[in-house]
Design a protein around this ligand. Sequence first.
Ligand SMILES: C[S@@+](CC[C@H](N)C(=O)[O-])C[C@H]1O[C@@H](n2cnc3c(N)ncnc32)[C@H](O)[C@@H]1O
Length: 293
Amino acid sequence: MPDPAASTAPAAQLHADQIAYWNGIGGAQWVARQAHTDAMLAPVANLAIDRLAPPPNASVLDIGCGCGATTLMLAARLPEGRVTGVDVSAPMLTVARGRGAGIGNLAWLCADAATHPFPAGGWDLAFSRFGVMFFGDPVAGFANLRRALRPGGRLLFACWRKLAENPWMGVPLAAALPHLPPLPETGPEEPGPFAFADPERVRRILTDAGWRAPTITPGDVMLDLAGGQGLEAAVESATRMGAAARALRDQPETVREAAREAIHAALARHATADGRVALAGAVWLVASEAPAA
Ligand SMILES: C[S@@+](CC[C@H](N)C(=O)[O-])C[C@H]1O[C@@H](n2cnc3c(N)ncnc32)[C@H](O)[C@@H]1O
């Protein structure tokens, strides 16, 4: 059954837009903010990798591995195994390669995970932290990933729950919105950070793609927007990454400055004396299995 994406844009166009984004401004922002983002999102990495619980000799495919944070963590957990990080963003993967230099059980692949002809049954486990919500045709993409796993292989990924459950993005966005012209409508199922917020949609995509019915459980974390470096660092983070940053992109400097001041005031309410600006983040941990042959 085709996935009824809410957008009227064709899936191929949405997919191509994402690849361009991650090789353009999106990738550049992640590269520039890699250390800060790794620290901020570490609670999600820990939660998801613990839930994956890879045996020490497993082979793991890390999908949309970006600058390699979770790939490196997985490599350290697999003394007798191996991990392959795949990402479509050349600039992000360049950073990942540099960080992984000299680590023997790591490989990198610059490819579109939704369409790349992976060796069939090449991995035991597929993992992703926030790297699987950007496929224009998610059913086809997840069918492709299923073929990359051995029969009975397991999938575990983390994706965002809805914006209202993610104040770390919602608080800066709500502060910025009064200063912005109306934002373009985006369908709730368009590729993007919240594309998998609806667990029923995720369930449908995975089963249509030939995976076993998934187990979808909530994960709740506190995310320190400041990385322990105080309010200004948190404001910088909120205006460079996440929902407010996306809304502010392409706005004139006067608008950006007014929104920045509003974000500063909103985040100040969450700043603590130890330099943290921690707000709640909410993910789904989605686990499934490739059927045995
Ligand atoms: C939100 S970032 C997450 C990066 C990384 N997993 C992390 O948590 O640090 C999303 C990543 O998915 C990658 N991505 C998006 N579409 C992809 C595709 N079709 N194939 C492979 N990677 C893709 C992007 O290039 C980006 O690195």
